[in-house]
Design a protein around this ligand. Sequence first.
Ligand code: DGY
Length: 313
Amino acid sequence: MKSTDVIMLRPMMPLVTEALDRHFTLHRADPAGDADRFLAEHGPRARGMAVSGVRVDGALLDRLPKLEIIANFGVGYDTIDAAEAGRRGIVVTNTPDVLTDEVADLAVGLLLATLRQIPQVDRYLRAGKWLEKPYPLTGTLRGRRIGILGLGRIGRAIAHRLEAFGVEIAYHGRSRQADVPYAYHASLLDLARAVDVLMVVAPGGPETRGIVNREVLQALGPEGVLINVARGTLVDEEALIAALSDGTIQSAGLDVFADEPRVPAGLIAQEHAVLLPHVGSASVHTRTAMGQLVVDNLVSWFSGKGPVTPVVE
Ligand code: DGY
């Protein structure tokens, strides 16, 4: 395997680079260097590629004629044109399961932080205002109806956690799931009308781009809360900024943005928004497990055993 060329277009965690370096001939692009030159030099021989947040489209694949496998660091692979890879016979793998609990924990934490305005209250204390005037009273989780957009692994883990809070849970997704006790809504708009809190956990990509739009936000109503731990592209950010500014909804907790790492100034200006830098899976334990799965997929593939966690389109 050591003679197999594997490329990495953006830096990844040491665990991944060190392991890939041991198993393969690893070529790492210098983030400050000339990407075009790197591809011209190493693209023609690359048989494997490890990626994290890299846009992989037909134009890039044209430069990688021998590529057999793309190992993605993350369960979401919306940056990769998996259909195009499939047409070329290239396997795509992701890192499911190992991050489910971590992302679900963060989603619930973000929901509580947004309802109770925990970061804002912390800022209030640090600004020495404790005794100055009472802090405005915050929202509560009690009695809220929670809507989950996307009842996959992470959506289910969130719902399971929320059951402990005694809240009502409903969902919208590609289809009704027979084994859950939650109310199903065939359209996102119907779900938004029926709940106060919308938690976005569906995959990104062209099919879901901008589906949380002005109409959906209006349907949530003035006590509405939007939580997004999936992909920023699902939300029409301009509509969200307008909805927060004019009180169409109450607040938002966002771990993801449409054009990361850019966060629109209109969101930063919202005192009722809690904003995080895409940290859903960011614990040492989980990121290590994700990195190991990237390595395992490449090693397994080039040992002739097939991918461990292939993406099924
Ligand atoms: C994922 O795995 O898709 C996460 O968003 C990365 O943290």
